[in-house]
Design a binder for this molecule. Sequence first.
Ligand code: F6P
Length: 319
Amino acid sequence: MKRIGILTSGGDAPGMNAAVRSVARKAMDAGLEVFGINYGFAGLVAGDIFQMTSETVADRINTGGTFLYSARYPEFAQVEGQLKGIEQLKKFGIDALVVIGGDGSYHGALRLTEHGYNAVGLPGTIDNDIPYTDFTIGFDTALTTAVDALDKIRDTASSHQRVFVVEVMGRDAGDLALWSGVAAGAEAIVVPEKDYDIKQIAEDLKKGFENGKKHGIIVLAEGVMSSEDFLAELKKHGDFDARANTLGHMQRGGVPTARDRVLASKMGAYAVDLLLDGQGGLAVGMENNQITHHSILDLFDEKHHADLSLYDLNKSLAK
Ligand code: F6P
C-alpha cells in the first residue's frame, strides 16, 4: 500500500478536521502518500481529489465543519456509482481509504472493501447513534453547544416563569437530549427510545411551579416530533405561558472540544494502523475508554443503545 484517500461524508461534525489531520499525519509518518477527497462519495465519483501535504492539515485541529466538505450521496448505494468511484481510485493510484461519517458512510466503505479497496470507517456524527462506540466524533461538542443554549434559555425562562420546549438534534437517537437534559437540569426529557405521557409531564410542570420552580424546561429529541407540535399537545393539558425553541444546525458547528479532538486523533491514527495491517471493512470505535474495531457488517446487525439510565436519573433529580 502506497497511497491512501480520506473523505468525510453525511452530516458534518466538529472534530472531523482533527480526524482528517490525524489520518493524514499518521499515514505520512508511515511513508504513505495521502489524498484528500472533497465532497464525500460525490467527490470521489467526480474525481475531486488532491494530494495532501503536512501543511494541508495545518491549523485544522481546532476548526469546526469539515474542510474536505461533505455531501449526502445516496447514488453510491448503486453499483454504477461504486464502479465510477473505483475508476477514480485507480486513476489516482489510491489503494485504501478512511471514511469519516455516519451510518450511510459505512455502507460506502463496506462496498469499496468488497471491490478490493480496503476502507475503514470512523464515527463522525453529532447524533452519537453508531453501535460499538460509546462516543462519536462531534457528540461532545454538540452537547456542549446544546447545554450552553439551554443555560441561556433557563435565564429567560426563569425571568418570566415560563415553560420552554427545546428541540435538540438526533434523527433517531435520544443521546443529545438525554445528556444535555441532565447537564442543564431539565424538568423533563423526551426521547424516541422511551414512551412519554404528556398529561403527566404537564402535571409535573404545574406541581413544579406550585413548589416554587421558576421555569419548566423540556428537552425534546427531534426524532419524537417538532417543538411546536409538542408545545401544542402540552397546551391541551395546561394553561402554560410557554415557548417552543429549536436549536437546529447551530449544534453541528463550532470549535471542537478537547475531548472530540483527542477522540478524533486517536481514532484517525488507529484507522491508519488497520490499513497498514491490510485490514478493511472495519469501523473504529471507543468502548470503555479503549479504541476498538468491529466489522462494519456487525454494526449493521447491532442497534445503538442510548444511555437510558440518564432518563431515570433526570426523573429523580427534576422533582
Ligand atoms: O445526522 C446528524 C444530523 O444533524 C441529525 O441530527 C439531523 O436529523 C440531520 O443531521 C439533519 O440533516 P441535514 O443537515 O441534512 O438537514
